[in-house]
Design a protein around this ligand. Sequence first.
Ligand code: GCW
Length: 688
Amino acid sequence: GYALWMRYVPVEPALAATYRAQLSDIVAPDATPTQRAARAELERGLAGLLGTAPPMHAEATQQYAVVLGTPASSPLLAPLHSEIASLGPEGYLLKRVQRDGRSVLVVAGQRDIGVLYGVFHLLRLLQTGASLDALDVHESPRVHLRVLDHWDNLDGHVERGYAGRSLWDWQSLPEWKDPRYTDYARANASLGINGTVLNNVNASAWSLAPAYLDKAAALAEVFRPYGIRLYLSARFSAPIELGGLKTADPLDPGVQRWWRDKVNEIYARIPDFGGFLVKANSEGQPGPQDYGRSHADGANLLADALAPHGGVVMWRAFVYAHDVPADRATQAFTEFAGLDGAFRPNVIVQVKNGPIDFQPREPFHGLFGAMPRTPLMMEFQLTKEYLGFNTHLVYLGPLFEEVLRSDTHARGKGSTVAKLVDGSLEGHTLTGMAGVANIGNDRTWTGSHFDQANWYAFGRLAWNPHQSARDIAADWAAMTFSPDPTVVQPIVAMMMASREAAVNYMTPLGLHHLMARGHHYGPGPWVDGGPRPDWTSVYYHRADRNGIGFDRNASGSNAVAQYAPELAAQYGDLTKVPEPLLLWFHHVPWNHRMASGRTLWDELVTRYSLGVKQVQEMQRQWSTLTDPPEVERGSAPLPSPIDPQRSAQITAFLRIQRREAQWWRDASIAYFQSINDLPLPAGEAPPP
Ligand code: GCW
């Protein structure tokens, strides 16, 4: 699993012959580190896919069939100058052109990084068995900051990480640059990810100390040729902890000077440093409110220090109070919406996809659409904190797609979250998407083979948030396992059903945060004697003898008012709210009639059981690949298209998921039954 989706295994012989003829003799510059990275990737890819890499030349030859480069690096591309310039600094084209009476394949960008992206695109076409006959691809990213957020601590522990320890070996840096850092950069560049935040948002001030900046600078050197800028999470109180100041008040001139000096110190080591990510006044983290100042005051302090260098501040809107909130789902909106327009131009507010916390299903966050003058950046979580960690197969593509396609109605119908994130709705040029990384030092990188797909899907959607999760899954499956449709189809079917399965066996019909307290693995819908009422699931599901669900209407917390009027009307109306969000917005009697004709209670039980069945179906689909049926009586079984190493882990993990889906169903049903005393619908097995 180490090679991720960049396996470059031999393509089928007839196709290889066609590709070999089309890709013979390549002209590619090799003067800069990025040019060399593009060349090396192409050589490596073609050697693997086609058996041998065609000859590569720095200058044009008689017989060249492929040209890589920019108008500046290759005179052969000068005629395409304006077409290439229109693609922007990170864009590329893959195109057939006529040169000297023959057809030549061009992989070109305005800058070297575009060419590297183009090479990865070309390799993807080969890996998925696509035709190169009439290529005419023009690509540029729709989103500028495409960033992985690592929640990695300096001691190597990854908060909410299920893939081993941190990839960054702080102890041996800066002297030792593990080759794995380069593979990490290759994987990200293959998707167009162009930024990485090295350290946890629950940040240690020490990550800004000189010794750690030297280590970070060494990583930045590895990442630079791959177009990846480095960012750091900044602890708001660092001026006190590192600088010995008495305060971190953003309006204090001494504090302002400290941050300016610190930022200068960083840029002296890392000239292309991206900027800071900040979690402030949330879950005990220090912040501007400690001094009676606002989030805008705090963000602007850092933004002013970064502005002369072109750096940005990604200021998180995830704020979770010390005291017990009336409705946790409303807090970020309450604190941030009124600050619209108060942030410096180099601040982007980073908002989680939903108003609670990365649940299997949430409505989109009400801040999307409510702060038109402020660039908002999407934060998705790739590490599956609330979705079964690394053992449950849950492809997050459909979750991301559902959020991005949600209509905020901010500027009338069709104002999707994707259009806010790509800046097109409000005309913002500072745009971004962050994914909380699921990466560690596990051999598979992500703790399981299928979790690689979540890294992959995030990267592809950050490049273009309008893409389809299914298409992305198909590419991933072809590159990771085999382009053979008989392999891709069942894998894509498993992936596409997997998120809904998890919603069903964990939190159906708009339920949320029913996971066991603290670690968030497995069911815990009951009161568990925790220190705060909002740290137990009963705060969220509010089940009693009569009904279940969180009333977020005017009669309750009125969270619906944080959405556009059309949506507030829909979500607030029991007859119009989409059933998948029913119990998110309403407290509903157990005997409420659902669209299926069942009562709410019967529907809930049915959903829990359906989740288990969906996992069984995933197991069945997987087994068709690992135990292909005997062709006819007496004949030997066909060889499995999946190698035994990967198939063994996937099979075992599916077995765990099947058992734990059952655990979720049984525990949840038993618990709710203890409250409502209702019988199970006919045919439903009672929990043991
Ligand atoms: O989901 C919660 C996690 C915390 C995390 C926090 C956040 C980094 O349980 O571990 O802290 O969100 O997003 O800040």
